[in-house]
Design a protein around this ligand. Structure first.
Ligand code: SF4
Ligand code: SF4
Length: 363
């Protein structure tokens, strides 16, 4: 499924992710920069897909992700009676048939809005060694105010990540991103599709986390934090990693965002989709569409995957195509948003009709 060089592989330090590195790594040209640096220039340029309306769509797309205090909570602080009572939630729900119950949990995830859902055992390798841990019941925006403002002092980005004992299953979910919006990449409607998917993630994991707690079990709600989402998703049978460095799913290709809920529910794990993993490996070996579409050459054109990454934002030791996150992020800053060109051109994304940013708004 994947080859690991155990002499190299180490659990990832979340502060090496470009979103954090830009806050502390002074060697980067993107040090201290974020999307706002270019926005007014873009708006004044009158370029299609970079108008004030486009940027308004993107920024508002993040609303639930950024502002909802319980999105990424690890536990329920107190039982709030919403009119349904709370006493019945306190004992563990007796589970007779784990397989059937797992299907019910998956159904709940889909009803809450997950496009795809799979279950995996938790491989500790994929859990961050350390990272930023949000205080409970605080929104992303509020909890990261200081960090984003430049306070990376002390251990703020280096809290050891240890899942509580007994938490041994991951419910991994993919959220589809809007096809027509993604087709406009790297223009802003594509960034809006990503932002909205993040807010949907926050919604889905919040509801699923509470569903699990209502059954008397524990739930840890995560977006990109706490653990590497792609290998967890592969373990949970959702797809494979492609040349573009993202999860590719059979249903939507890389046109998804991933979230996960860790739990102590006795769920039945899925198997990795080995047939699809093989298919993606074969297609990516000879397809360079994402690499050709990348404006900053962040995607390799090497024929074969490698064990060694390009810089500290790669977690070396797994055989795959490593993307250059430093270069990718340089384009994001220039673009005033994430980009998505590689997602839009990937044949696995199954985009039926590509539209211009103007057509996006009017069709
Ligand atoms: S998101 Fe854009 S800049 Fe980054 S790797 Fe993909 S195509 Fe390149
Ligand atoms: S565009 Fe081609 S090479 Fe890139 S991830 Fe998709 S299938 Fe693989």
């Amino acid at each position: 499924m994947y080859e690991i060089d155990e002499t190299i592989y180490q659990r990832f330090h979340e502060k090496k992710n470009m979103i954090y590195r830009r806050l502390w790594d002074k060697s980067l040209p993107t040090y201290g920069k974020m999307f706002e640096v270019n926005i007014e220039n873009h708006i004044n340029s009158h370029k299609e897909g970079y108008s004030r309306i486009d940027f308004a769509l993107v920024a508002a797309g993040w609303t639930v992700y950024e502002k909802f205090p319980y999105a990424f909570t690890w536990e329920r602080e107190n039982s709030m009676d919403l009119g349904y009572g709370v006493n019945w939630m306190k004992n563990k729900y007796p589970i007779q048939d784990n397989k059937n119950f797992t299907e019910q949990v998956k159904k709940a995830a889909k009803v809450y809005g997950a496009s795809l859902v799979g279950i995996s055992d938790i491989n500790e390798k994929w859990i961050y060694k350390d990272g930023f841990v949000r205080p409970s019941s605080k929104s992303e925006a509020e909890s990261k105010k200081k960090v984003r403002g430049g306070d990376t002092s002390g251990s703020i980005l280096e809290t050891p990540i240890n899942l509580p004992k007994g938490i041994n299953k991951a419910i991994v979910m993919a959220i589809e991103m809007d096809q027509s919006a993604i087709s406009t990449a790297p223009a802003q409607p594509a960034a809006a599709a990503a932002a909205i998917a993040y807010s949907k993630m926050a919604f889905v994991i919040s509801c699923l986390g509470e569903f699990i707690r209502n059954l008397g079990y524990r739930a840890i709600q995560c977006g990109n934090d706490t653990a590497l989402s792609i290998p967890l998703a592969i373990d949970a049978g959702l797809g494979a990693v492609g040349r573009l460095g993202l999860l590719i799913t059979p249903e939507f290709g890389p046109r998804v965002r991933i979230c996960k809920v860790f739990t102590d529910l006795p769920l039945v794990s899925d198997e990795p989709n080995l047939r699809f993993i093989k298919k993606v490996a074969n297609v990516c070996r000879n397809c360079f569409k994402c690499a050709d579409a990348c404006e900053t050459n962040a995607i390799t054109k090497d024929k074969e995957p490698k064990f060694k990454g390009l810089n500290i934002s790669n977690n070396s030791g797994v055989r795959k195509y490593y993307i250059d996150g430093e270069k990718c992020f340089e384009f994001w800053i220039e673009n005033s948003s994430d980009c998505g060109n590689c997602i839009a051109v990937c044949p696995f994304s199954k985009i039926k009709k590509y539209v211009s940013p103007t057509e996006f708004w009017h069709k």
